[in-house]
Unconditional design. Structure first.
Length: 257
């Protein structure tokens, strides 16, 4: 990893925490405990960002009760920035299994972003938080409660979001959004309706989002994608993104997924 990418990786972790901040969160002795009822795990997990002073079992018990009250499984996000570094070993020793494998990809430069040319009848529409969350939920088949939680998180986020929808007349084809400001932008919720995948719609939307961000001063970008999502990772590689670091979760709940 080059020095530039290493610096951007640390900034992307901070930016990702800010972009996913829900109103339902508490600071607990070095842990950022989030319990949004939405779909995104990053908004309903523990981020151990500082060592803290309390005993680990005490903090786990406290968090478990908090998540039980919220009707959510306890999830601990493990990254290269997790503190203390031995936390994962401690969680594994307590029987907490590993869940998911996500990659944070970074584009150190935003170059070669030719404006997409859409076929006749297609148009890009900028929408607000609630309309965007509804569109994402429609494409993912998310229940109403998760769509509402997503809209609430976007509306109350400390980071500005800009959502785009791609439509063919009234039919929703794809969506995507960007988050952040200054010189680093994040891409989120890039989705295409299943019947329209492989036709370049997500690629075009990502270019449009990155072009908008660059016009506002962004010089680099990051995103988060599941490691086994080969089509998405191929798309992002074509846009200049490369793996910077990985993260996953630990949980003791057998039903968590």
């Amino acid at each position: 990893m080059t020095d530039l990418v290493e610096r951007l990786a640390a900034r992307a972790e901070d930016a990702g925490l800010n972009a996913s901040a829900p109103p339902q969160q508490r600071w607990v002795d070095g842990w950022l405990v989030r319990f949004s009822p939405g779909k995104a795990k990053r908004a309903r997990c523990i981020n151990a960002v500082a060592r803290g002073q309390r005993a680990l079992d005490d903090k786990i018990d406290y968090a478990r009760a908090l998540y039980a009250q919220a009707g959510l499984p306890l999830l601990v996000r493990i990254t290269p920035f997790t503190r203390p570094a031995a936390l994962e070993t401690e969680l594994e020793a307590r029987g907490m299994r590993r869940l998911d494998d996500t990659r944070v990809m970074i584009a150190p430069e935003l170059q070669g972003l030719a404006a997409p040319v859409w076929p006749r009848g297609l148009h890009v529409e900028a929408v607000g938080h609630h309309a965007f969350a509804q569109a994402v939920g429609e494409l993912r088949g998310s229940p109403i409660a998760q769509r509402q939680a997503h809209a609430q998180r976007l509306e109350l986020s400390p980071v500005p979001f800009h959502g785009l929808l791609l439509r063919n007349d009234g039919d929703l084809l794809a969506c995507g959004q960007r988050a952040g400001g200054a010189d680093l932008v994040g891409l989120y919720d890039v989705c295409t309706t299943p019947a329209q995948r492989g036709r370049g719609w997500a690629h075009g939307l990502c270019i449009e989002l990155l072009r908008q961000a660059r016009a506002e001063g962004a010089r680099a970008a990051y995103l988060q994608v599941e490691a086994d999502n080969t089509p998405a990772r191929t798309l992002y590689t074509k846009l200049g993104f490369a793996d910077a670091y990985a993260y996953h979760y630990r949980t003791g709940d057998p039903g968590a997924n």
